[in-house]
Design a protein around this ligand. Structure first.
Ligand code: AMP
Length: 429
């Protein structure tokens, strides 16, 4: 136990972390262009927020939350998702009093106790976006376009966007009735989860992954069959907007989000080839949530992507990322007396923004060159010997058997110029 991380968690090591940083950089740029401000909320919240905000009858709340007592005083939960926390922050910080809509994004870890498998972890990371304060269907269009741009800018070559409308509580009451009637005769043959869902959350029967349930409900009524005029118009406007914006989509009538305060638009983004967990992101409208969480009636819409799954999909579609953790310049020393001048040079290189390092194990020059090779640094500087006596150093380009003498005073500027075009390019992965 002492040397094993908890199941379902990951260490993100140097060499991998650059891919995260690159993706996060793209997210921050994209969100700035779309006018979304970054918010950071606590990693844990009062348990009641998620019971209310995620919903008592969801798998997340029923089975997957990391809940603990705060020194025996109150029940806290590691956040399993960001929407409820952002809604809480919106209410608590009086953001409803500011000009609407409020457009926010959040990057950070989420926690769910689930059976780990490829693409499913107990600590994972989300890129989450929420907009509060408008029901305008064009905002749904903007949000879906943002999700689509994210896939594009992240570098994915292939993904699918599925959309649907689950209507409002009024249309849902009708749909629920139709659905219950449809499955009445076969309900005993549905899986245990679906039998329970029929009581608590009937719409979820439509997205059950069990083959038998799918077969038994293949022609079951779907929410779009029951949309009221307002919801039907909203859905039509979203579809029209996406077409105008040239965002490719498919309507998936069985795509649902089963909670009462989830309304109208629902969408999901999928990629092939990453296994059973092929949903990289999803979202939708939740016009009843702010009120359910104790705020003034306020419409909202949002989505979340799983960062691990996006990175998995990138690897699947683009191959392994180049190693970009490497150094740019390795400073080697000929004799112990050269170590202090080498360290001064190192200091100068670093202040010029060059990633540079030297030996701290007292190794021979030969061993240092081996270490330089492993580090991936394209340039090596050798300090010491007669050259140092002349106020000079030797610069070697690792992929060519070529070396030059450069004055120590000029070395920094010289190396900077040589590095142009050689620098690691994680952005291009
Ligand atoms: P959800 O909040 O359940 O709608 O999930 C939104 C996205 O978060 C999913 O599409 C996944 O990409 C990601 N996600 C959800 N649960 C996990 C998990 N246990 N491990 C990794 N990624 C997850």
């Amino acid at each position: 136990m002492l040397t094993n991380r908890p199941r379902g968690t990951n260490d993100i090591l140097p060499g991998q972390v650059e891919r995260w940083q690159s993706l996060e950089g793209k997210i921050r740029r994209l969100c700035r262009e779309y006018g979304y401000g970054e918010i950071r909320t606590p990693i844990f919240e009062h348990t009641i927020l998620f019971n209310r905000g995620v919903g008592e009858t969801t798998d997340v709340v029923e089975k997957e939350m990391y809940t603990f007592m705060d020194r025996g005083k109150s029940s806290l939960t590691l956040r399993p998702e960001a929407t409820a926390a952002i809604v809480r922050a919106y209410i608590e910080n009086g953001m409803y009093g500011q000009p609407q809509p409020i457009k926010l994004f959040l990057l950070g870890p989420m926690f769910r106790y689930d059976r780990p498998q490829a693409g499913r972890f107990r600590q994972f990371h989300q890129f989450d976006v929420e907009v509060l304060g408008t029901r305008d269907p064009l905002l749904d269009v903007e949000l879906i376009a943002l999700a689509n741009s994210f896939c594009q800018q992240a570098g994915l070559k292939e993904w699918e966007l599925h959309i649907n409308s689950v209507g409002c509580p009024t249309c849902r009451t009708e749909h629920r009735k139709g659905l219950r009637e449809y499955v009445y005769n076969v309900r005993g043959s549905l899986c245990e989860d679906c039998q329970r869902r029929l009581e608590t959350n009937p719409m979820r029967v439509l997205d059950c992954k069990n083959e038998k349930c799918q077969r038994l409900t293949v022609n079951a009524p779907t929410p779009v069959d029951y949309l009221c005029d307002t919801c039907a118009e909203h859905f039509a406007a979203v579809k029209r907007g996406l077409e105008e914006m040239e965002v490719a989509y498919q309507v998936d009538k069985r795509l649902v989000r089963g909670l009462d305060y989830y309304t109208m638009t629902a969408f999901e983004l999928m990629v092939p080839g990453i296994g059973a967990q092929n949903s990289i992101g999803g979202g939708g409208r939740y016009d009843g949530l702010v009120e359910a969480c104790g705020g003034p009636p306020t419409p909202g819409v949002g989505f979340a992507f799983g960062m691990e799954r996006v990175l998995l999909a990138l690897e699947e579609q683009r191959g392994e990322a180049p190693n970009t953790a490497g150094l740019e310049v390795y400073v080697g020393t000929l004799e112990p007396g050269a170590r202090i001048p080498a360290m001064k040079l190192l200091n100068q290189l670093r202040s010029l923004g060059i990633a540079a390092d030297m030996d701290y194990l007292g190794r021979s020059l030969k061993a240092q060159m081996k270490a330089a090779g492993k580090s991936g640094a394209p340039l090596v500087v050798i300090v010491g010997g007669d050259e140092l006596g002349r106020g000079a150093v030797t610069v070697r380009q690792m992929d060519k058997a070529k070396q030059e003498e450069v004055s120590l005073d000029q070395a920094g500027q010289y190396l900077l110029a040589r590095l142009v075009g050689m620098r690691h390019k994680v952005e291009e992965w």
